[in-house]
Design a protein around this ligand. Structure first.
Ligand code: 4AD
Ligand code: MG
Length: 497
């Protein structure tokens, strides 16, 4: 058959994802053996190359004996260069099959030490211990491809809507999200911490540049084992000068909509590999449903006015309307349901009385994960819960001018019980209030001096949020644990590999 070695073959190099462009052609495929079926004088090797998997067919009669033997000798994850002809096949999952003509082996995995992860079932601990190899399996590869698109779409949204990316430091002198989850390290004799969020820094860049975002790893010394918490995760955070809470909710809605759109656009095949019910994702892009009747957008948010209008009396004036251009502008009218904390509490109260949830929600407490699951199960799209009691929220959140016991904050809860994916707020813009908040929270004033400066020199109402990439991957891929959402998860019990 092929008298030239595949490395020097004239057959163009193709990827599995691009086979449709090579129908009927001879191609070179570079990859690994994923699995093989044998049936008498037929071999059915399944190859993978990082872009997908494809079945080959090798009839004994159709290839030279040494090629047949070479294919037959292949073990799982042996690396190969395959020369083959691409044939459309309606029965094949991808619609194509490869008529294999030649195979060159780069490295044969020895029978004596086979690839540890076989297509049969393995326990999660075993798989996590072999995460560096587990990521080669089709489902894990699909998840990582979707993750990459989520990250790209998130950046794309901000980049095309006038946001400037400003990266905050990772080594910081102070806490942002409470002192109980800080990773402390020795910074040349002084204590320093791995960042929990870039927020405080991007508040300063927002006052310099208007609309900014940051995107990077963040760290929380989470001392509990949950399926939603990592100790190292990636957060994307926009921060916008002159935005009030309503502007922020509009932004979150348009942003999430864009990400879901891109994932559905590019990953139908991957979602199928994972077994994701895509109708649940399509529903998110659908026009308004009656669900949105629950929306309790306060009327005062419709107030538009110059920036100097009293932010503390009315909430900040809306500047979102200035953000036109780019891929999607901020959503108006809202498509995602918006509930106040009080309304969400009432919903839980009713559910408890009707025996739909096990434990009552105590007014004033944060929502537990069963509470969030119940709330989100009432809607077919992400739900925004706003105006939580200030007492259970961060020190930097602006109090609601209509009820100072509430914070102008929002948590976005993903559908299907995936819980909080976004947390954000309007920020305290008064110097005196912020200073007393820092003191009440027993935070070291010295470390926040620079942050207080932002309220001394041209303070304006401003707002921002943070979205954890892994939570979104878990939701969009319908994974029950965040450990599969990142190449190498860091959790309470795991820092290997
Ligand atoms: O709600 P959080 O703690 O908010 C902040 O950090 C704000 N400073 C963000 C801001 O306003 N700029 O975290 C934001 C998001 C959460 O909604 C969640 O998606 C994710 O970050 N997150 C985690 N993801 C994985 N593991 C953890 N331990 C996480 N903690 C938060
Ligand atoms: Mg939060």
């Amino acid at each position: 058959m092929s008298d030239t070695s595949p490395l020097t073959s004239k057959a163009p190099i193709a990827t599995i994802a691009s086979l449709a462009q090579h129908e009927g052609e001879r191609i070179t495929l570079r990859g690994w053996l994923y699995n093989m079926r044998e049936s008498g004088k037929l071999l059915f090797p399944i190859f993978r190359d990082g872009t997908g998997t494809i079945q080959g067919i090798v009839p004994k009669a159709a290839v030279p004996p040494e090629v047949f033997d070479r294919v037959k000798s292949l073990t799982q994850e042996s690396s190969v260069i395959v020369t083959a002809r691409v044939r459309a096949d309606k029965r094949a999952p991808s619609g194509y099959e490869l008529d294999v003509e030649d195979v060159q082996i780069l490295q044969l995995v020895p029978d004596s030490d086979p690839f540890p992860i076989t297509p049969k079932e393995h326990g999660v601990d075993f798989l996590m211990e072999h995460r560096h190899l587990w990521i080669r399996t089709p489902r894990q590869s699909s998840i990582l491809r979707i993750r990459a698109t989520i990250m790209r779409a998130a950046q794309e949204y901000f980049d095309t809507n006038g946001f400037i990316r400003t990266d905050p430091p990772i080594l910081t002198p102070a806490a942002c999200e409470g002192t109980s989850t800080l990773f402390e390290l020795d910074y040349f004799g002084d204590p320093a911490y791995l960042t929990q969020s870039g927020q405080l820094y991007i508040e300063s860049t927002a006052l310099a540049l208007g609309k900014v975002y940051s995107f990077g790893p963040t760290f929380r010394a989470e001392k509990s084992k949950t399926r939603r918490h990592l100790t190292e995760f990636w957060m994307i955070e926009p921060e916008v000068a002159f935005y009030n809470l309503d502007d922020l909710m509009d932004l979150a809605e348009a942003f999430i909509t864009h990400i879901v759109t891109r994932v559905l656009e590019h990953h139908r095949a991957d979602l199928k590999v994972i077994g994701r019910d895509v109708t649940k994702l399509e529903a998110i892009l659908a026009p308004n449903t009656t669900n949105n009747e629950v929306s309790s957008r306060p009327e005062r948010s419709e107030v538009e006015g110059p920036a100097v209008a009293s932010a503390t009396e009315t909430g900040a004036p809306s500047f979102a309307s200035l953000a036109k251009g780019g891929i999607l502008t901020e959503a108006r009218p809202p498509r995602f349901p918006r509930l106040t904390y009080d309304e969400a509490h009432a919903m839980l109260d009713e559910a408890y009385k009707a025996g739909k949830i096990e434990n009552p929600h105590v007014y004033g407490d944060d929502f537990g994960s069963p509470d969030e699951t119940y709330i989100s199960s009432q809607f077919d799209r992400p739900v925004m819960v706003h105006r939580y009691p200030a007492a259970i929220k961060a020190f930097y959140m602006q109090p609601d001018p209509l009820d100072a016991s509430k914070a102008l904050c929002v948590d976005v809860l993903a559908p299907e019980g995936y819980g909080e994916i976004i947390g954000g707020s309007q920020r305290v813009d008064s110097y005196d209030l912020l200073k007393s908040r820092i003191e009440e929270h027993n935070l070291p004033l010295e470390a926040f001096k620079w942050y207080l400066d932002l309220r001394k020199y041209g303070s304006v109402p401003h707002s921002g949020f943070g979205m954890g990439i892994e939570r979104v991957v878990a939701w969009l891929c319908a994974l029950d644990h965040v450990r599969e959402t990142i190449p190498f998860a860091r959790t309470l019990n795991r820092i290997y590999p």
